[in-house]
Design a protein around this ligand. Structure first.
Ligand SMILES: [Zn+2]
Length: 432
């Protein structure tokens, strides 16, 4: 087994480690009273905006503080699993990974929590670990960081450049210019990305002001909204005091947008992503370019249309789309307003498009479809370009919205709980 102290120090320089030790003694007490206050403050702030959060916690911390955690169960918090111990699970063999994940589940279940999701300590990840998470019965994982490229050079002081670069080298995040910040169904597991820069990078590594935190997160929120994607805002509960105004600013701004931002816990996002994929639409062609549609989908299913004449109540959405407010309707169009693909088109591409809400049919006649693709190769690096290709044309299109109830983007608040007292940190150093 790896030494937890070595892993914890990997992404940090010496000055950062000394600062970290000082912060730990300031933020945690000898008892859990300080963290109790932090959690209550967090929960109260969320309630003001009718918002929920997901806090991954280690099983050992949960075992030690079950009474305190129980207090927040009935409130607006989902507790997910942050490992049995706070260790790097990618260093374990597959059998031990599975054992640890099952052990952690058992602990949660014994205190009355049925955990749905998992986030690794240090965001460590590999294929074996993903398999173990799925086999152990979790329905989502949230380990993949995505770096929103919103910091300017002025935001990173010279003395912090090394610490910042070390953090990025350690987490190996995707970049928002190259990848989408959206969930992805892999087998039975929904993979939900987590956004960077988080509170730890901004506050501890960059010694950023409250203004920097606020500016950075508002900027990410605005980009995620513009792109129709997910902002998983990571704020560790022990930093709520410093970051409360920034979190409030993000929630206040997101709350008033129209189309709406969907505020959701990670378990709700996982359920939505899976059930929305099961939605079906039956489009039958009658005479003279008239089509009839029957939609079957989970509550909240959003139907969007552009460039076609809808015979049903609808309201303006955004990006040139209308939101159709009926599940059975007819429309007029000179062409099938969906995506046709050749039989040899990559299955991964078809699955990716369906996850984005597009209606895809395998067909041979390009002339019948407003968009027709014949692409036998596809990988994740093509995701952004293929969406641009589809969205930037003005071809007629009928599709499902990514998010429920006509929402344009999604916002999840999350914060790992590594410890509730100084003692939990001490135990961590000994792998307990
Ligand atoms: Zn952690």
């Amino acid at each position: 087994m790896t030494n937890p102290f070595v892993v914890a120090s990997k992404g940090k320089d010496r000055i950062h480690l000394i600062k970290r030790a000082r912060n730990i003694t300031n933020r945690y007490g000898l008892t859990s009273a300080l963290m109790d206050l932090a959690l209550q403050k967090f929960s109260d702030l969320l309630e003001k905006f009718d918002c929920y959060a997901t806090f991954p916690i280690t099983a050992v911390a949960l075992k030690r503080h079950r009474k305190l955690i129980n207090k927040y169960l009935g409130q607006n918090i989902e507790f997910a699993v942050h490992g049995y111990n706070h260790v790097d699970y990618s260093q374990f063999d597959p059998k031990s990974q599975l054992e640890q994940l099952q052990l952690a589940r058992d602990v949660f279940e014994r205190v009355g929590i049925k955990p749905k999701g998992f986030r690794s300590p240090y965001l460590s990840r590999d294929d074996n670990l993903s398999k173990a998470i799925e086999t152990a019965g979790y329905s989502y994982v949230s380990n993949q960081p995505i770096l929103w490229e919103v910091l300017s050079q002025d935001d990173i002081p010279l003395r912090a450049i090394v610490a910042y670069k070390k953090a990025l080298a350690f987490y190996k995040p995707w970049k928002s210019s190259e990848r989408l910040s959206i969930p992805k169904l892999c087998g039975k597991l929904v993979d939900i990305p987590v956004s960077l820069p988080d509170d730890e990078i901004l506050v501890d590594r960059l010694s950023g002001s409250t203004n920097l935190v606020k500016k950075t997160w508002l900027n990410i929120q605005s980009q995620a909204y513009h792109r129709g994607e997910l902002f998983t805002l990571q704020l560790h509960p022990e930093r709520i005091g410093f970051c409360a105004d920034s979190l409030s600013a993000v929630l206040a701004e997101a709350r008033v947008l129209s189309p709406a931002v969907w505020f959701a816990r990670l378990d709700e996002i996982a359920i939505w992503w899976k059930t929305r994929l099961e939605a079906t639409i039956d489009i039958s062609n009658s005479e003279g370019g008239q089509f009839n549609c029957i939609v079957n989908g989970p509550s909240g299913t959003t139907i969007l249309a552009r460039g076609i004449e809808i015979n049903a109540p609808s309201s303006p959405w955004t990006n040139g789309y209308l939101e159709v407010n009926k599940m059975n309707f007819s429309f007029k169009s000179s062409i099938r307003p969906i995506i046709g693909v050749t039989p040899s088109t990559s299955k991964e591409l078809v699955f990716f498009l369906r996850q984005q809400g597009y209606i895809v049919e395998i067909a041979q006649q390009p002339e019948h479809y407003s968009i027709f693709l014949d692409q036998y190769k596809f990988d994740s690096n093509n995701e952004i370009s293929i969406l641009e290709l589809i969205e930037e044309t003005n071809h007629p299109l009928l599709k499902f919205g990514r998010w429920p109830n006509g929402s344009k983007s999604a916002l999840a608040i999350t914060g790992d709980i590594d410890a509730l007292t100084i003692w939990d940190y001490v135990y961590r150093l000994f792998g307990r």
